[in-house]
Design a binder for this molecule. Structure first.
Ligand code: HEC
Length: 171
């Protein structure tokens, strides 16, 4: 096993492992169990750093990533409805370490964003963040701040970096 790949894969978790996390405000994991049937924002997996904000998170620039949105958030993501995303929207991102892992769908890391009912977690613009190990970040927790502080660069599109319009314009 390639040490470099293992190191990159573990980095995201390691980086956030000691942070305070939150009790869930959003739905349980079963809410995105069938995400593969959702609208795929990235018809082809993206790699590198198309937004310029990735740094070393989400398994780094060598990873291959695919993003999905549920039916609640789909119209906003596809640009047929304006921002912000309505409560109940869920964005799921799969990160694969490399092309071979993508092709065989081997061990994707899942990171998730859930739009909470209006008025909750104002610190994060109403989003709950879910780390690959299932830990939740909302409100004033360290994990919420960690995810929010970078996703804030996408504040103009409700903290969502890659939507269908971005993908079309930058592929
Ligand atoms: C240093 C910046 C940074 C941090 C920290 C970060 N992200 Fe992201 N995230 C990105 C970028 C950039 C994208 C766009 C897709 C890509 O390039 O892979 C993204 C995409 C996503 C997406 C897909 C929707 C979208 O906005 O495109 C989800 C879901 C997501 N991140 C969840 C999380 C969670 C959960 C955390 C915290 C555990 C987190 N992110 C922390 C930079 C970051």
């Amino acid at each position: 096993m390639n040490l470099k790949i293992m190191t990159t894969a573990g980095f995201f978790l390691l980086l956030t492992a000691c942070m305070s996390t939150s009790d869930p405000l959003g739905p349980p994991e079963s809410a995105w169990a069938d995400y593969l049937s959702w609208y795929k924002v990235t018809p082809e997996a993206e790699t590198g750093d198309p937004t310029g904000f990735l740094g070393s998170v989400h398994d780094g620039t060598r990873a291959f990533r695919q993003i999905y949105v549920n039916s609640v958030g789909e119209p906003v993501n596809r640009g047929t409805r304006g921002f912000p995303y309505p409560p109940g929207s869920i964005l799921v991102k799969e990160s694969f370490n490399n092309r071979a892992a993508l092709d065989s769908r081997r061990n994707p890391d899942l990171t998730v964003m859930i739009k909470l009912p209006q008025g909750q977690s104002l610190e994060t613009g109403g989003w709950e963040y879910v780390r690959p190990d299932g830990a939740r970040g909302n409100g004033a927790s360290d994990l919420a701040a960690f995810c929010r502080d970078c996703h804030l660069f996408a504040a103009a599109t409700d903290y969502n970096f890659i939507n269908s319009v971005f993908y079309q314009n930058n592929r």
